[in-house]
Design a protein around this ligand. Structure first.
Ligand code: HEM
Length: 192
Protein backbone atom coordinates (compact mmCIF):
# COMPACT_ATOMS: atom_id res chain seq x y z
CA UNK A 1 0.00 0.00 0.00
CA UNK A 2 2.59 2.61 1.08
CA UNK A 3 4.93 1.47 -1.74
CA UNK A 4 2.19 1.89 -4.34
CA UNK A 5 1.38 5.31 -2.92
CA UNK A 6 5.03 6.35 -2.99
CA UNK A 7 5.47 5.16 -6.55
CA UNK A 8 2.38 7.05 -7.69
CA UNK A 9 3.16 10.24 -5.79
CA UNK A 10 6.78 10.46 -6.96
CA UNK A 11 6.24 9.30 -10.56
CA UNK A 12 6.54 12.83 -11.90
CA UNK A 13 9.68 13.63 -9.86
CA UNK A 14 11.36 10.39 -10.95
CA UNK A 15 10.58 11.03 -14.59
CA UNK A 16 11.82 14.62 -14.35
CA UNK A 17 15.06 13.65 -12.60
CA UNK A 18 15.68 10.87 -15.11
CA UNK A 19 15.07 13.22 -18.05
CA UNK A 20 17.02 16.21 -16.76
CA UNK A 21 19.91 14.16 -15.46
CA UNK A 22 20.05 12.41 -18.82
CA UNK A 23 22.63 10.24 -17.20
CA UNK A 24 23.19 7.78 -20.00
CA UNK A 25 23.76 10.41 -22.70
CA UNK A 26 25.65 12.94 -20.64
CA UNK A 27 28.17 10.62 -19.07
CA UNK A 28 30.36 9.45 -21.88
CA UNK A 29 33.85 9.62 -20.35
CA UNK A 30 35.39 8.41 -17.09
CA UNK A 31 36.01 12.06 -16.16
CA UNK A 32 32.30 12.89 -16.46
CA UNK A 33 31.49 9.70 -14.59
CA UNK A 34 33.82 10.70 -11.73
CA UNK A 35 32.21 14.17 -11.50
CA UNK A 36 28.78 12.51 -11.33
CA UNK A 37 29.91 10.23 -8.48
CA UNK A 38 31.43 13.23 -6.65
CA UNK A 39 28.09 14.97 -6.89
CA UNK A 40 26.21 11.95 -5.51
CA UNK A 41 28.81 11.75 -2.72
CA UNK A 42 28.18 15.41 -1.81
CA UNK A 43 24.51 14.57 -1.32
CA UNK A 44 24.57 11.13 0.29
CA UNK A 45 27.53 11.55 2.66
CA UNK A 46 26.09 14.40 4.79
CA UNK A 47 22.54 13.03 4.50
CA UNK A 48 23.49 9.56 5.73
CA UNK A 49 25.03 11.10 8.84
CA UNK A 50 21.73 12.79 9.57
CA UNK A 51 19.86 9.54 8.99
CA UNK A 52 22.18 7.74 11.40
CA UNK A 53 21.56 10.45 13.94
CA UNK A 54 17.77 10.07 13.65
CA UNK A 55 17.63 6.28 13.75
CA UNK A 56 20.30 5.97 16.44
CA UNK A 57 17.86 4.93 19.11
CA UNK A 58 15.02 3.66 16.87
CA UNK A 59 14.62 -0.09 16.49
CA UNK A 60 14.34 -0.59 12.76
CA UNK A 61 13.71 -3.98 11.24
CA UNK A 62 16.66 -3.78 8.93
CA UNK A 63 20.28 -2.77 9.07
CA UNK A 64 20.77 0.72 7.65
CA UNK A 65 24.55 0.33 7.64
CA UNK A 66 24.51 -2.25 4.85
CA UNK A 67 22.30 0.11 2.83
CA UNK A 68 24.57 3.13 3.01
CA UNK A 69 25.66 4.49 -0.36
CA UNK A 70 28.69 6.43 0.91
CA UNK A 71 31.02 3.39 1.19
CA UNK A 72 30.31 2.42 -2.46
CA UNK A 73 30.99 5.98 -3.60
CA UNK A 74 34.17 6.18 -1.52
CA UNK A 75 35.43 2.94 -3.00
CA UNK A 76 34.67 4.03 -6.60
CA UNK A 77 36.23 7.47 -6.12
CA UNK A 78 39.33 5.90 -4.59
CA UNK A 79 39.77 3.51 -7.50
CA UNK A 80 39.26 6.46 -9.86
CA UNK A 81 42.35 8.03 -8.27
CA UNK A 82 41.06 10.34 -5.53
CA UNK A 83 42.95 10.41 -2.22
CA UNK A 84 41.00 10.33 1.06
CA UNK A 85 41.93 13.98 1.47
CA UNK A 86 40.42 14.84 -1.90
CA UNK A 87 37.27 12.87 -1.08
CA UNK A 88 36.92 14.72 2.22
CA UNK A 89 37.06 18.02 0.32
CA UNK A 90 34.21 17.22 -2.09
CA UNK A 91 31.59 19.98 -1.68
CA UNK A 92 28.56 18.93 0.37
CA UNK A 93 24.99 19.81 -0.44
CA UNK A 94 23.57 22.15 2.18
CA UNK A 95 19.95 22.08 1.04
CA UNK A 96 19.25 18.52 2.17
CA UNK A 97 15.86 16.93 2.80
CA UNK A 98 14.65 16.94 6.39
CA UNK A 99 15.20 13.44 7.85
CA UNK A 100 14.65 14.36 11.47
CA UNK A 101 11.97 11.72 12.19
CA UNK A 102 11.80 7.98 11.46
CA UNK A 103 8.85 8.58 9.10
CA UNK A 104 10.97 11.06 7.18
CA UNK A 105 13.89 8.62 7.12
CA UNK A 106 11.59 6.05 5.49
CA UNK A 107 10.58 8.60 2.85
CA UNK A 108 14.23 9.27 2.08
CA UNK A 109 15.05 5.56 2.09
CA UNK A 110 12.35 4.85 -0.47
CA UNK A 111 14.24 7.08 -2.92
CA UNK A 112 17.70 5.74 -2.07
CA UNK A 113 16.65 2.08 -2.05
CA UNK A 114 14.41 2.41 -5.11
CA UNK A 115 17.28 3.92 -7.04
CA UNK A 116 19.10 0.57 -6.81
CA UNK A 117 16.42 -0.89 -9.12
CA UNK A 118 17.13 1.56 -11.93
CA UNK A 119 20.79 1.31 -10.92
CA UNK A 120 20.93 -2.23 -12.32
CA UNK A 121 20.14 -0.92 -15.79
CA UNK A 122 22.52 2.04 -15.42
CA UNK A 123 25.27 -0.24 -14.16
CA UNK A 124 25.00 -2.51 -17.23
CA UNK A 125 25.14 0.54 -19.47
CA UNK A 126 28.30 1.93 -17.85
CA UNK A 127 29.93 -1.48 -18.02
CA UNK A 128 29.40 -1.43 -21.78
CA UNK A 129 30.37 2.20 -22.39
CA UNK A 130 33.02 2.92 -19.74
CA UNK A 131 34.23 -0.57 -18.85
CA UNK A 132 33.44 -0.18 -15.15
CA UNK A 133 32.40 -3.18 -13.09
CA UNK A 134 31.25 -3.92 -9.55
CA UNK A 135 34.82 -4.25 -8.28
CA UNK A 136 36.35 -1.58 -10.54
CA UNK A 137 34.85 1.92 -10.27
CA UNK A 138 31.27 0.70 -10.53
CA UNK A 139 30.20 -0.32 -7.01
CA UNK A 140 27.72 2.55 -6.51
CA UNK A 141 25.42 1.79 -9.44
CA UNK A 142 25.94 -1.98 -9.17
CA UNK A 143 25.02 -1.66 -5.50
CA UNK A 144 23.47 -4.98 -4.30
CA UNK A 145 23.76 -6.60 -7.75
CA UNK A 146 22.01 -9.99 -7.72
CA UNK A 147 20.80 -9.26 -4.20
CA UNK A 148 18.84 -6.19 -5.34
CA UNK A 149 15.44 -7.90 -5.52
CA UNK A 150 15.83 -9.39 -2.06
CA UNK A 151 16.99 -6.10 -0.53
CA UNK A 152 14.06 -4.27 -2.14
CA UNK A 153 11.55 -6.84 -0.84
CA UNK A 154 12.99 -6.60 2.67
CA UNK A 155 12.84 -2.82 2.55
CA UNK A 156 9.25 -3.07 1.30
CA UNK A 157 8.32 -5.23 4.28
CA UNK A 158 9.97 -2.83 6.74
CA UNK A 159 8.35 0.33 5.34
CA UNK A 160 4.95 -1.38 5.08
CA UNK A 161 5.12 -2.52 8.67
CA UNK A 162 6.18 0.95 9.78
CA UNK A 163 3.43 2.69 7.80
CA UNK A 164 0.81 0.25 9.14
CA UNK A 165 1.67 1.13 12.72
CA UNK A 166 1.98 4.87 12.30
CA UNK A 167 -0.18 7.65 10.95
CA UNK A 168 2.55 9.44 9.08
CA UNK A 169 1.99 8.45 5.43
CA UNK A 170 2.02 12.11 4.40
CA UNK A 171 5.32 12.62 6.19
CA UNK A 172 6.79 9.62 4.33
CA UNK A 173 5.53 10.59 0.87
CA UNK A 174 6.32 14.29 1.46
CA UNK A 175 9.94 13.47 2.28
CA UNK A 176 10.26 11.19 -0.76
CA UNK A 177 9.12 14.06 -2.99
CA UNK A 178 11.40 16.49 -1.15
CA UNK A 179 14.35 14.11 -1.62
CA UNK A 180 13.77 13.74 -5.36
CA UNK A 181 13.44 17.51 -5.79
CA UNK A 182 16.49 18.44 -3.71
CA UNK A 183 18.59 15.75 -5.37
CA UNK A 184 17.55 17.05 -8.78
CA UNK A 185 18.40 20.60 -7.74
CA UNK A 186 21.82 19.43 -6.56
CA UNK A 187 22.63 17.18 -9.52
CA UNK A 188 21.20 19.42 -12.23
CA UNK A 189 21.78 23.01 -11.07
CA UNK A 190 19.59 25.54 -12.79
CA UNK A 191 16.99 22.95 -13.77
CA UNK A 192 14.38 24.31 -11.36
C1 HEM B 1 19.07 7.66 -15.84
C2 HEM B 1 18.57 7.63 -14.64
C3 HEM B 1 17.56 6.61 -14.18
C4 HEM B 1 16.96 5.60 -14.85
C5 HEM B 1 17.15 5.18 -16.30
C6 HEM B 1 16.08 4.93 -13.91
C7 HEM B 1 15.30 3.84 -14.19
C8 HEM B 1 14.51 3.18 -13.31
C9 HEM B 1 13.79 1.97 -13.59
C10 HEM B 1 13.84 1.21 -14.92
C11 HEM B 1 13.12 1.63 -12.48
C12 HEM B 1 12.18 0.45 -12.30
C13 HEM B 1 12.93 -0.81 -12.01
C14 HEM B 1 12.03 -1.97 -11.72
O1 HEM B 1 10.83 -1.77 -11.47
O2 HEM B 1 12.55 -3.08 -11.72
C15 HEM B 1 13.41 2.62 -11.48
C16 HEM B 1 12.90 2.61 -10.21
C17 HEM B 1 13.17 3.58 -9.28
N1 HEM B 1 14.10 4.60 -9.39
FE1 HEM B 1 15.05 5.13 -11.07
N2 HEM B 1 16.15 5.55 -12.72
C18 HEM B 1 17.06 6.57 -12.82
C19 HEM B 1 17.49 7.42 -11.86
C20 HEM B 1 17.03 7.41 -10.57
C21 HEM B 1 17.54 8.24 -9.52
C22 HEM B 1 18.72 9.22 -9.65
C23 HEM B 1 16.79 7.98 -8.41
C24 HEM B 1 16.90 8.57 -7.05
C25 HEM B 1 18.06 8.68 -6.40
C26 HEM B 1 15.82 6.95 -8.78
C27 HEM B 1 14.88 6.42 -7.94
C28 HEM B 1 14.06 5.35 -8.23
C29 HEM B 1 13.05 4.81 -7.35
C30 HEM B 1 12.65 5.34 -5.97
C31 HEM B 1 12.50 3.69 -7.99
C32 HEM B 1 11.44 2.74 -7.43
C33 HEM B 1 10.10 3.00 -8.06
C34 HEM B 1 9.07 2.02 -7.50
O3 HEM B 1 8.94 0.92 -8.04
O4 HEM B 1 8.43 2.36 -6.51
N3 HEM B 1 16.01 6.62 -10.09
N4 HEM B 1 14.27 3.55 -12.01
Amino acid sequence: MILALLKEQTRLQHKRLETRLDLLNRTSSLDEYRVLLERFFGFYAPLEWRVLNTIGSARLDFDFNVRRKTPYLQSDLTSLGLSSNQIAQIPSCENLPDVSTVARVFGYLYVAEGSTLGGQLISKYFTQTLGVSADRNGAFFHSYGLGTGKMWREFGEAITQFADTSVSCDEITGTAIETFEKLEHWLVPGAN
